[in-house]
Design a protein around this ligand. Structure first.
Ligand code: FPP
Length: 238
């Protein structure tokens, strides 16, 4: 949706929808359907990611999270892992101008110490350079929600905390300071959470679509947004 006017006429997102998290599934199948290697699916997926991030920023979303590489994804063939890491590095190298234009602040969530040093350096540098921009863009890399919770517990133990509040845990997660996701969108037709934002998703609306991630359009995101507003969130109340 390159035409700005097309979303400017839409109702503005309000406080009910501050954060959308995406499980970007279906890259492999998208490539297979075209007789292409899986890595081509990830390349197409990386383009879709950039398009959707711009759209979310234009729509005034306060935060967006994408699941780019899970702690379980290390089980994939080395060639595929390397290709995903290369795409991430390429994004870190080339995205600064767009991040400035769309006022996006990048935060990587996950254990980045397992990544190659060049990637770690670029992550740290880009996080610093984009700090304070309007929309938070969390990119989950080497991320697993259970691991994140273990890490948070260790932080609290290290600080000598003995009485733990929900706020203590939220503040010890990688997403500290970011509102919890109001909606989690999973592409690719499966109905799973796959160890993603387990704590933060406590009250998130879940939205599943059969569309494969590389095919996801701004209109598909708009459909999810409209579905979100048609639901009634009661947070356990009536
Ligand atoms: C899941 O689809 C996708 C991934 C594990 C990788 C997602 C990575 C990208 C979209 C590129 C990331 C780049 C940036 C810049 C964030 P799958 O491979 O499991 O698909 P399948 O279920 O069809 O096999």
């Amino acid at each position: 949706m390159s035409n700005q006017a097309s979303f400017e006429n839409m109702a503005k997102l309000d406080e009910r929808l501050r954060h959308i998290a995406f499980i970007m599934d279906g890259n492999g199948r998208w490539a297979k359907n075209r007789g292409m290697p899986r890595t081509a699916g990830h390349r197409a997926g990386a383009k879709t990611f950039q398009k959707i991030a711009k759209y979310c920023a234009d729509r005034g979303l306060r935060a967006m999270t994408v699941y780019a590489f899970s702690t379980e994804n290390w089980k994939r063939p080395k060639e595929e892992i390397d290709a995903i890491m290369d795409l991430l590095e390429q994004y870190l190298n080339e995205s600064e101008k767009a991040l400035k234009e769309y006022s996006i602040s990048v935060r990587v969530i996950g254990d980045i110490t397992a990544l190659r040093p060049s990637l770690q350096q670029k992550i740290n540098a880009l996080q610093k350079r984009t700090e304070g921009n309007d929309m938070i863009l969390n990119i989950a890399i080497n991320y697993g929600a259970r691991m994140e919770l273990c890490h948070a517990c260790e932080q609290l133990i290290g600080r000598g905390v003995t009485k733990v509040t929900e706020e203590d845990i939220s503040n010890a997660l990688y997403t500290a300071g970011c509102p919890d996701p109001d909606m989690i969108v999973r592409t690719g037709g499966d109905y799973r959470i796959s160890n993603f934002l387990l704590w933060q998703a406590a009250y998130a609306e879940l939205y599943f679509t059969d569309v494969l991630w590389p095919d996801l359009t701004e209109q598909d995101v708009e459909k999810a947004i409209q579905a979100f507003y048609s639901r009634s969130r009661r947070y356990g109340g009536v």
